[in-house]
Ligand binder design. Structure first.
Ligand code: FES
Length: 317
């Protein structure tokens, strides 16, 4: 973790504040790939992931934007209520699970609400590379839109479209219209509430094909917690050891109890830290960090939330 100082706090929109972070020791921060996020250890000891939304090549500081969540459990509310300019926080190095494809003919970026943050860093990079893109930002009202002045100016101005106050049908219509204009070989990226992203996926896959829509999740799937969590066996291929994963115990906990060294961060299937290669067996994927193709290939498992469809799964451990 790095120690960082909050250099600037800006009220960006209703319930959204941005925090510019610089290193306490004055050193440069690492450049990062657009779409990356950092873990932020807040004043209540709670760690949350936030996308970086400053220009990715600017190593002088990172910008994050935080939406105060109504059901905050000490993460976003503490950053809003207790962190002022000059405060010190700890952050991780950037990690990226939401990378921009290098070779698309066009990039369609669909944000809703605070989901603008990873897409803003992508737009910065696409501006710099002079690649064709469109940024579509869906918001309840202009007052709920972050970075409005930035998105209406300069290189962003010609490429950012605000979709304000649309009802459900109008959102579907707007998404279909955006997709209809996409160039062959275009890819789409989306971040926002799960229901919004699902609609982008449906509209995008109809027009652009499977795996052309990429999502960024920041919350675990609440439905996953209610799925059956029956027992299975995990075989460690390098030693031949077989570990029983009991009903209700996660694979990662069973592996840790058996002495395996597995790093974890979010434990919600989001960050990708605990992903393990699979040699045989069929994972029951319940995560948000593996791509659709990776899930179909059954060559990896996210050990903190996923289980096994087969009685035994063989891991490359
Ligand atoms: S610890 Fe984050 S995905 Fe498993």
């Amino acid at each position: 973790m790095y120690k960082v100082r909050v250099e600037k706090v800006v009220e960006e929109a209703v319930d959204i504040r941005s925090f510019r972070l610089v290193r306490c020791d004055g050193a440069a921060l690492e450049p990062y790939e657009p779409g990356a996020h950092v873990d932020v250890l807040g004043p209540t000891g709670v760690t949350r992931q936030y996308s970086l939304c400053s220009p990715p090549d600017d190593a002088s500081g990172y910008l994050i934007a935080v939406k105060r969540e109504a059901a905050s459990r000490g993460g976003s509310a503490a950053l809003h209520d207790r962190v002022r300019e000059g405060a010190e926080l700890a952050i991780s190095a950037p990690r990226n699970l939401f990378s921009l494809a290098a070779d698309a003919s066009e990039y369609l970026l669909f944000a809703a609400g605070i989901g603008i943050t990873p897409l803003l860093s992508m737009a910065y990079r696409l501006n710099r590379l002079n690649r064709p893109y469109q940024l579509h930002y869906f918001v309840r009202s202009r007052e709920h839109a972050a970075f409005v002045r930035l998105l209406e100016s300069g290189a962003f101005g010609a490429r950012a479209t605000f979709h304000v106050g649309l009802d459900r049908d109008a959102v579907g219509h707007a998404l279909a219209g955006c997709m209809a204009q996409a160039a062959p070989g275009a890819v789409a990226y989306t971040c926002g509430p799960a229901a919004f992203m699902q609609r982008v996926v449906e509209a995008g896959e109809r027009r652009l094909g499977p795996d052309a829509v990429h999502l960024e999740h920041f919350q675990a799937d609440p439905a996953a917690a209610s799925l059956p969590a029956g027992a299975f066996e995990a075989e460690l291929a390098r030693s031949g050891t077989v570990i029983v994963v009991p009903q209700g115990t996660s694979l990662v906990d069973a592996l840790l109890q058996a002495g395996c060294e597995i790093d974890t961060e979010c434990r919600e299937g989001i960050c990708g830290t605990c992903v393990i290669p699979v040699i045989a067996g069929e994972p029951d994927h319940r995560d948000h960090c593996l791509s659709r193709k990776e899930k179909a290939d059954h060559k990896k498992i996210c050990a903190c939330v996923s289980r096994s469809r087969t009685a035994r799964i063989v891991l490359d451990l």
